[in-house]
Design a protein around this ligand. Structure first.
Ligand SMILES: [Zn+2]
Length: 237
């Protein structure tokens, strides 16, 4: 079993890194990825051997990047990238919470002086195009996260999206997907030769029924899903 979509206290999850690792170990999950929103800070802690040793399985570098696409905000999951390069990209392209508040205040004044309640937040985030290029530049692979969580337009445009953008694959398994939705995406990826990923979107107590590894109870993602883009490190003899 693998789980490539996990949040910690470094974004909006309720569990610390240590608790995430302990839970992954107790559930015998073979490969995980910690995918906090627009940050890779959690990975600093994994440099600490004592913390890293809480979990015996593989950890794939990961991050979930909020991205603008046609005025809508969508999430792109990046995996298996160079950590230092990704850190530099995030620092240069994502605002801190404080910077975001300042920017929003400016936007209210400058762009929408007559309607202060509306802010187009998609203007605060890098475009899909830019995000995908950046993920490739830092050596990673890019997946559209939870495809069915967005407007109808996104689902109906999947073919156009893969033609126009260099997206590598889709998150085919997610706690919120029905069996039919998962089947649809698996088939779509097969038809267009795209990579597949999957995860629970675990947030600890901040999202009920998104349990690590098993989602709402029915998730059980096999390691084979990712074998065409991730090679498990060989154990040194
Ligand atoms: Zn997520």
């Amino acid at each position: 079993m693998i789980d490539l979509h996990i949040h910690t206290t470094y974004s909006d999850g309720s569990c610390t890194i240590s608790n995430v690792l302990k839970e992954a170990q107790s559930k015998k999950i073979s490969t995980i990825s910690i995918t906090d929103h627009n940050t890779v800070s959690a990975y600093n802690e994994l440099e600490n051997n004592e913390i890293r040793s809480l979990y015996k399985g593989n950890i794939i570098n990961g991050c979930e990047l909020l991205t603008s696409y046609n005025g809508e905000l969508i999430d792109v999951l990046a995996y298996n990238f160079d950590m230092q390069l990704m850190l530099s990209y995030l620092n240069a392209n994502y605002l801190t919470l404080e910077q975001k508040h300042v920017k929003e205040a400016e936007m209210i004044k400058e762009i929408y002086p007559k309607s202060p309640l509306y802010i187009d937040r998609s203007l605060l985030y890098p475009s899909l195009d830019k995000t995908l290029s950046a993920i490739h530049d830092v050596g990673g692979v890019a997946f559209l996260a939870h495809t069915f969580a967005y407007s109808e337009a996104i689902v109906s445009e999947l073919e156009n999206i893969i033609k126009e953008y260099k997206i590598d694959g889709f998150e085919c398994y997610h706690t919120t997907f029905t069996k039919e939705q998962t089947q649809y995406l698996l088939q779509f990826c097969n038809d267009y030769n795209l990579f597949k990923s999957g995860g629970s979107d675990f947030h600890g107590e901040n999202k009920i029924n998104h349990n690590m590894g098993i989602g709402d109870g029915s998730l059980n993602i096999n390691e084979d899903l990712i074998k065409d883009w991730y090679e498990q490190p060989q154990i040194k003899k």
